[in-house]
Ligand binder design. Structure first.
Ligand code: FMN
Length: 389
């Protein structure tokens, strides 16, 4: 049994996840596009920023809550969408929804989830947001949007960052595609990968093997297997979305609308013009293209493009509570984390997700107190260190 309570930080959970998961899965999550430089850049860019403390401030315990879209969350961060996370750990989406509910943070359910939106919304009705991957079939996209509303979701996050399929080099190298396709010539290596990660393989078999994407299963032909549903999804995604598509989505979605995956300040400004309530500055965790800058380095310019009262989120490379502080100081209203929770839940299921949450919230509280910030609103740009150069 992995003892996630011994993890002191997210890096410890990452190592535990690496020991449990077969390489074809772990590497897929780790590398993103090409050589993985984009993923690494997102993480290392945080080191460039330092923060200065103010002393003699009444700040213990710090108030870590933040209000977004009229709802008070306990922390200024949430769980980002990770597609197919139920393959990494059966039940992962349910565990994350439970942790989000119990710690009162948002959980962004991926548009390619294993669990259905209805199941997850029932677990955490006040904390689940739904991330939409629009389909090439416009009517189908609208059905999915209505389904999210019917399930009680009031925040829709539209990911717009993949005009074409992701080209990770991991599946062709490992011989296993994300939807369970196998290159039979690589079978000996795949067997050896599975044999050296028996706990993951046992869980996978005991939970019924390759899970069906419940998010897309209702739209595939009746009686479709997990593989058929994945094939159906591949036949309708990705669409090459343009701004008119966002306007159309805006016109059919009455709730809060977030556009996820913008990086350019001009795009950020335009998103609010077409009716977005928030933008999530994101390069998909460095997955989409290895030559993109780190999201944290784009944050200040993006903030300047946000109109008065507009809300800005950031994700990408956050591994510490102190990274969240830096993002807040550089202009984010709220942050999202993908891999930090992916590591936790992969390493230890529900306990691992909870451990990731404890680590991040403890680190955040500690950093706030040490910097003399009684509230999240006190994490302002003037807290950033500037050498005066
Ligand atoms: C394995 C994996 C799967 C992901 N799946 C989705 C997804 O289904 N939808 C989405 O909008 N973003 C997805 N993302 C991106 C995350 O939501 C988020 O933008 C990114 O993980 C943030 O970077 P971080 O992992 O460094 O925190 C995925 C990321 C990873 C690593």
């Amino acid at each position: 049994m992995t003892n996630v309570s011994q993890a002191l930080n997210i890096e410890d959970l990452r190592k535990m996840a690496g020991r449990r998961l077969p390489s074809f899965l772990f590497d897929y999550a780790e590398y993103g596009h090409a050589d993985g430089a984009g993923v690494a850049r997102n993480v290392s860019a945080f080191d460039k920023y330092q923060m200065v403390s103010r002393a003699l401030v009444k700040c213990v315990p710090p108030e870590t809550g933040r209000t977004i879209f009229g709802k008070r969350y306990a922390m200024p961060f949430g769980v980002s969408a990770v597609g197919g996370i139920g393959v990494f750990r059966p039940g992962a989406e349910r565990f994350l929804a439970e942790v989000a509910r119990d710690f009162n943070i948002p959980f962004m359910l991926s548009g390619v989830s294993v669990e259905s939106i209805e199941t997850v919304a029932r677990i955490a009705p006040d904390n689940v947001w739904f991330q939409l991957y629009a389909s090439r079939d416009v009517a189908l996209t609208e059905r999915i949007i209505r389904r999210a509303g019917d399930a009680g979701v009031d925040v829709l996050v539209v990911s717009v960052d993949y005009p074409i399929q992701n080209q990770s080099e991991v599946p062709p190298r490992s011989g296993v595609t994300p939807v369970g396709g196998i290159n039979w010539q690589k079978l000996p290596a795949i067997f050896s990968d599975l044999a050296t990660h028996p706990r993951w393989f046992a869980d996978f078999l005991m939970s019924g093997g390759m899970p069906k994407m419940q998010s897309w299963s209702p739209y595939a032909p009746p009686g479709s297997s997990a593989k058929d549903v994945a094939k159906f999804y591949a036949s309708v995604w990705p669409p090459n979305l343009v701004w008119n598509d966002i306007e159309r989505i805006r016109s059919v979605w009455p709730g809060k609308l977030v556009i996820k995956g913008l990086m350019d300040p001009a795009d950020v400004a335009k998103a609010y013009d077409v009716g977005a309530d928030a933008v999530s500055l994101s390069n998909h965790g460095g997955n989409k293209l290895n030559i993109m800058p780190a999201t944290i380095d784009c944050l200040q310019a993006a903030r300047h493009a946000v109109p008065e009262g507009g809300t800005l989120f950031l994700d990408g490379g956050i591994r510490r509570g102190s990274d969240i502080m830096k993002a807040l100081a550089l202009g984010a209203d709220f942050c999202f984390l993908g891999r930090a929770f992916l590591y936790g839940v992969s390493a230890g299921g529900r306990n691992g997700a909870e451990r990731a949450m404890e680590i991040l919230s403890n680190e955040l509280s500690y950093t706030m107190a040490m910097l003399g910030c009684p509230e999240v609103d006190d994490v302002t740009p003037d807290r950033l260190f500037s050498s005066g150069a």
